[in-house]
Design a binder for this molecule. Structure first.
Ligand SMILES: *Cc1c(COP(=O)(O)O)cnc(C)c1O
Length: 395
């Protein structure tokens, strides 16, 4: 019976019954969930039965993504947020308070760095930055009120590998939380909880969802009480992910491991190829013999280098312009982890706020590029780089 035709009852009857089940997760855009009775609602709020009430507080599509990531990270109770930065915010503001102190890696993602330098100090949370590859330098920043160290495993765009084991030991000794943003490495190459981290953060936007059409984050703590604080904070502050984004992310994650392995294998080949091209000054890839953290990549990442390759062209900005113009089919775009290969030029984008000298100190010249390797045919990709770099350096 279609009650809508009577005009007074707006909402349709439930979906038709089916003895068979859909193989694809249904999309549930409903903001509200209706309960049978006040008693039934009590049962839900008191945790005696599971149910949804209002989608800011959780919804099925977010839970499906969270459970999938929990399994990948060896975690329980992880929480999906509306962006990777929301996840970073949930960890920092959900767990810290005024007069606390937090230490960040000195090459954190740009917005995380900005949070360290601008927003946390404004809220009365003191911050310091140090090299996450140097445990002594990190230890030197610790104060009595230090509560957390936040690092990424592989730095952007210089691809240095943090000493996560050393930092975990330091944090354990001092009773400090170690939060690891695992976006670049993904659980395919690195599981922070296996190496002593307390909190894991992801931008699902990148490799996990993988198609540059979804913005989402994930955060989880090993300790259930900390997890609950981050969850409640993210609900209160409205970090809610959209059901549709979660639905898309789940679809992307179904092929994540295949995509990661393929992109990583191509990245290894591309790094070797670039190192042989005239006009390329240097190539950075964590497992290459000339990488300063090669041993750490071997032990921490099990010999994996992930899908990012950085390199430096001769010829400064003019060569950089000529290269992106000639790199046919590759997007010059500030993201990573897409199915297609993307190029990033830190001097004009992610690191433009730094002075030339500050960039030079990090080893980033005008000819410096970071490549997020995608799923193209490796031979075709090598050819595109050969041609574009040949044109760029002949100018
Ligand atoms: C992109 C990124 C973020 C932020 O994620 P969004 O989904 O863009 O908000 C945080 N950390 C790292 C390492 C990233 O690459």
């Amino acid at each position: 019976m279609n009650r809508n035709t009577r005009g007074s009852i707006i909402r349709p009857d439930p979906l038709p019954e089916s003895a068979s089940r859909p193989v694809v997760t249904p999309l549930s855009p409903s903001v509200v969930y209706a309960s049978e009775t006040p008693d039934a609602l009590d049962d839900q709020y008191e945790g005696r039965v599971h149910g949804y009430t209002y989608s800011r507080e959780g919804h099925p599509n977010a839970d499906v993504v969270a459970k999938r990531l929990d399994a990948m990270e060896g975690a329980t109770g992880g929480w999906v947020t509306g962006s990777g930065m929301a996840a970073v915010t949930a960890a920092l503001l959900g767990l810290l308070k005024a007069d606390d102190h937090v230490i960040g890696g000195n090459q954190l993602y740009g917005r995380s760095l900005r949070m360290m330098k601008e927003d946390l100090p404004r809220l009365g949370i003191a911050t310091s930055l140090a090299d996450p590859g140097d445990v002594k330098a990190m230890a030197a920043q610790i104060r009595p009120e230090t509560r957390m160290i936040l690092v990424e495993v592989v730095s952007n765009p210089t691809l240095r590998v943090a000493d996560i084991s050393g930092l975990a030991e330091l944090c354990r000794d001092k009773g400090i939380l170690l939060a690891v943003d695992n976006t670049f490495t993904t659980p395919r190459a690195f599981r922070p909880f296996d190496h002593g981290a307390d909190i894991v953060i992801h931008s699902i936007t990148k490799l996990l969802a993988g198609h540059s059409d979804v913005m989402l984050g994930y955060v989880v703590a090993r300790d259930a009480a900390l997890n609950e604080r981050m969850r409640v904070f993210s609900i209160t502050t409205g970090m809610t992910p959209s059901p549709f984004d979660c639905w898309l992310a789940e679809r992307g994650m179904l092929s994540f491991e295949l995509r990661f392995d393929r992109a990583q294998a191509t990245a290894v080949a591309l790094a070797d190829h670039l190192s042989e091209l005239p006009g390329v000054k240097r190539v950075i890839y964590p497992t290459r013999a000339d990488h300063p953290d090669r041993n750490r990549a071997e032990t921490l990442l099990a010999g994996q280098g992930c899908n990012m390759v950085s390199f430096e062209l001769d010829g400064g900005r003019a060569a950089a312009n000529a290269f992106t113009r000639a790199a046919e089919g590759l997007s010059f775009a500030p993201t990573l982890g897409d199915v297609g290969t993307t190029l990033s030029h830190p001097a004009s984008s992610s690191h433009r706020a730094l002075s030339v000298d500050e960039r030079a100190a990090l080893g980033m010249s005008e000819g410096f590029f970071r490549v997020s390797v995608g799923l193209e045919d490796p031979e075709q990709l090598k050819q595109i780089f050969s041609t574009a770099i040949g044109e760029a350096v002949s100018k």
